[in-house]
Ligand binder design. Structure first.
Ligand code: SF4
Length: 660
């Protein structure tokens, strides 16, 4: 619980000064000041008034109650101009404790009246301060306390002031109505002390469960504070002193705010706080006692109650032997955990692992083991935890490590901590497994495929783990590849339309048309299984996961460099690759064929080319023409042959030879 006092609370400057002057006057009494009176109650606070009375200072309301030579103290509200004249007549000593701020208003309205303004005092016509102010306007000032009254003001040239303790919003509303008149001069004379108190009261009320406003029952500023508090905090109370406190309500609240009017002495504020604190402390003490009692009752109840079968209990180890552990469960029976109900590694001794005073958790197996103890098992509790882990792995699709312990029909038994599961043979690897011998004793990462805890059944899959890992690896490789990259691969298998090449865990298709610039009937004409090749990535289809590769791209396209290698007149060696009626095609190199027209096969007249040459035969041929535009090469075999010698030519040749 917290008690917070509003930032601006208690005596204002004016009230404090009035009290100081009064105390000073009392001290001077010995200097023969006659009786001391205050004109009206010095402040709106009964306790202070009572204290003054005990010192012989009482309030009067008429000079007739005085004798010449007596002293009258003017309170902070101030008095009328006429009052001072009266005091002279009665030969009274005056101690003027009018608040300087109020005094200033007197001066303002007096001057305004002199200048012909109609003084308007916004405030309560019955308030002493307002009456006093009016008394400085030759009693011509008009007191306006509502908008209706403001509407009724007919005069122009208004000089508007405020009672020092009214709300700002109240003053603003009335002024805004008065401003409809001609020539209106407004002096906001609301005291800062009042505004500060109202503002801090409002802020505190907003964040409090309860507001206590301290003030005298006749104090206008305290009543206004109460109005503000009530508006912002439903549970707001107006108290004059600690006797008025709603103590029962106070103890029910957590955040209590305190605001005090300008006439509330600090002593009363402190008394109020002390009374509330005491009530709160008493209540807390009572609650503590009750809580202590409850805790004791709980303890007793707990000690009488025995845990039930299956319940998980926590207790303190009170005795350890190598055969069992005794546990104090805080009830009338002890718990026993036999060695076999604990998970141990090899030859571990209980006395090495557990100590008296340690806390241990276990599951109740039997509420009576026959010797009057509660039979407990830590192992069974752990099994539950391990099942929880298995269920979690199923839900999160995470991996657990299971040890393969034996082969059974259709698969193997694998153990994760205290949980046994089945791995079907088909899920033991990503390849075909006929016998599981090689896996027995191994710890394999597995995914959990199914769980039926009620029947103690779980199904694992190592294959699912491998597939996931492979997929991850493929994704990684895929990420690192780009179209245009040249990567090393291994030829894995052939099809009629190409070869599949493994490029580091991922197969790409090397289409037959992309193997060579020449024409192939089957990829094996150019490749061998297991051959290492540098292939270029031609395309990647992310959606289908397909990659197209090219091998011929590692060599320049023959026609692009034909000028560098072949010229007209050059004799080349080539292989006959195709025979047609009109000629034979000779391959100069893969992707570059030339045509030997039938007329260029031999010097003699050829009607069937196949009679002269055959497919696959190697021939010499002379390049007759290279047509780069149409990508055609004309060849001649006969141009590489010796021309035949006819008869007349032979005679001529003979004659020449004889002459020689
Ligand atoms: S409230 Fe302001 S004007 Fe009134 S007595 Fe206090 S200090 Fe003076």
């Amino acid at each position: 619980m917290t008690i917070t006092v509003a930032e601006h609370s208690g005596f204002c400057f004016g009230v404090r000064e009035a009290l100081r002057k009064t105390e000073e006057t009392i001290d001077k009494k010995k200097d023969n000041l006659g009786k001391i009176f205050t004109f009206g109650p010095l402040i709106h606070n009964d306790s202070v008034i009572e204290e003054l009375a005990q010192k012989g200072v009482v309030a009067i309301f008429d000079f007739s109650e005085t004798k010449p030579g007596d002293t009258v103290i003017i309170r902070s509200h101030g008095e009328t101009e006429q009052f001072y004249e009266e005091a002279k007549k009665f030969q009274i000593n005056l101690v003027d404790a009018t608040c300087p701020f109020v005094k200033k208003i007197h001066e303002l309205v007096k001057e305004a009246t002199k200048q012909g303004y109609q003084v308007i005092i916004v405030g309560d016509p019955n308030h002493a301060e307002v009456k006093g102010i009016k008394g400085w306007t030759q009693d011509r000032g008009i007191v306006v306390s509502s908008i209706e009254e403001a509407k009724m003001v007919t005069a122009d040239s208004l000089f508007v002031v405020a009672q020092t303790t009214i709300r700002q919003s109240y003053f603003d509303e009335i002024v805004s109505e008065l401003q409809n008149k001609n020539k209106v001069l407004v002096k906001n004379t609301i005291c800062n002390a009042t505004q500060d108190r109202q503002k801090s009261c409002m802020e505190l009320a907003k964040k409090s469960d309860m507001m206590i406003v301290i003030g005298g029952k006749n104090s206008s500023n305290s009543k206004k504070l109460y109005e503000i508090a009530k508006k912002n905090c439903e549970k707001s109370y107006f108290v004059q002193n600690k006797k008025d406190l709603p103590l029962k309500e106070v103890t029910k609240c957590n955040k209590i705010g305190i605001a005090a009017g300008a006439s509330s002495p600090e002593r009363i504020i402190k008394e109020v706080i002390a009374a509330m604190s005491e009530a709160i402390a008493n209540k807390e003490l009572h609650e503590e006692e009750m809580n202590g009692m409850d805790a004791l009752m709980d303890e007793i109840e707990k000690s009488l109650r025995l845990p039930s079968r299956g319940e998980v209990v926590t207790g303190e180890i009170v005795h350890v032997t190598n055969r069992y552990i005794v546990v104090n469960l805080g009830c009338k029976k002890d718990g026993i955990i036999p060695k076999e109900e604990l998970t141990l590694d090899g030859d571990e001794e209980l006395t090495d692992l557990f100590q008296e005073g340690d806390e241990i958790q276990a599951k109740v197996i039997k509420t009576d083991d026959g010797d009057g103890n509660i039979l407990l098992s830590k192992k069974k509790l752990e099994v539950n935890e391990h099942w929880d882990e298995i269920n979690e792995a199923l839900e999160n699709k995470s991996v657990v490590n299971a040890k393969i312990v034996k082969e059974v029909k259709g698969g193997v038994i694998a153990v994760y901590k205290e949980v046994s599961g089945f791995i079907p043979m088909s899920q033991l690897s990503d390849r075909f497994v006929e016998k599981a011998d090689e896996f027995i004793g191994k710890v394999l990462p597995v995914k959990v495929s199914r769980v039926d805890q009620r029947r103690n059944k779980a199904v694992f899959s190592h294959k699912a783990y491998l597939s996931e890992e492979k997929a991850k690896k493929v994704a990684e490789i895929w990420e690192g590849l780009n179209v245009g990259d040249i990567v090393e691969g291994t030829v894995m298998r052939f099809t009629d339309y190409g070869a599949f090449v493994d490029i580091g865990g991922l197969d790409g298709l090397l289409h037959i048309s992309e193997i060579s610039w020449g024409k192939l009937k089957h990829p094996q004409e150019a490749l061998e299984i297991g051959q290492k090749v540098n292939v270029k990535i031609l395309s990647m289809n992310t959606e289908k996961g397909k990659i197209s590769l090219g091998l011929k791209q590692n060599q320049p396209e023959p026609w692009s460099i034909i000028d560098e290698k072949y010229q007209v007149g050059q004799v080349i060696k080539g292989k006959v690759v195709q025979i047609k009626d009109y000629g034979a095609f000779v391959e100069l190199e893969p992707g570059l064929d030339g045509l030997v027209h039938i007329s260029e096969v031999a010097y003699k007249r050829v009607t069937n080319i196949a009679d002269e040459i055959s497919v696959g035969q190697e021939v010499d041929a002379k390049i007759l023409e290279i047509d780069k535009e149409r990508k055609r090469i004309s060849l001649s075999i006969k141009e590489t042959l010796e021309p035949p010698i006819f008869e007349e030519n032979a005679e001529e040749a003979e004659a020449v030879s004889e002459e020689e």
